[in-house]
Design a protein around this ligand. Sequence first.
Ligand SMILES: O=C(O)C(=O)C[C@H](O)[C@H](O)COP(=O)(O)O
Length: 209
Amino acid sequence: MIGELLAPCRVLPVITAGDEAGTVRLCRALAAAGMRAVEITLRTPAALDSLRAVKAELPQLLVAAGTVTNPRELDAALEAGADILVSPGATASLLRAAAERRAHFVPGVATASEVMQGLDHGIDTFKLFPAAAAGGIGLLKSLAGPFPGVQFCPTGGLTADNFRDYLALPNVVCCGGSWMVAPALVEAGDWDRIAALAADAMAEHNHRE
Ligand SMILES: O=C(O)C(=O)C[C@H](O)[C@H](O)COP(=O)(O)O
């Protein structure tokens, strides 16, 4: 189910929200360039209000809350209207809370044991985090053996140059990354570059469909 939501998104831009208006503007540019989903990390004071504003202004955009690290944040993100909850990790309390709320939860994993803990809670789609540092393409290929039904959204260390190599793997449902919303681009208001990187992320190239 969550895999069906994520597959058409291809790339999930990981946004650190500065303020509501700026985040809406950024998300509008990403949507205009063809992106279908964004992840707004709960790392800044403006994150939840920004998420709420993006949901109100751009209802067609799938909005994930990122950096959800405990059940309190999970509830706050759901209350703000998040469609999906993404975490860098997979604690027992988060897995339990997400199951109780029947939320679309994508826990972060980097090992086989963490995947198995998620499977025990009925989860089959995970964020691989930190993807590049944890083993990247080689780790994903290795995990495909014991976990044939499991899909990953690798995030952390992906770039405009390598994300297609990740997307081409059969067990990768989509990729996460901040390269098209890098703070330097956002602060400089380089909307053309942001739009070009976003459009490139959505271009088909060699992605399996
Ligand atoms: O806070 C989270 O939940 C995260 O997802 C951590 C990082 O922001 C992403 O992994 C993006 O990483 P980069 O694309 O390497 O910038």
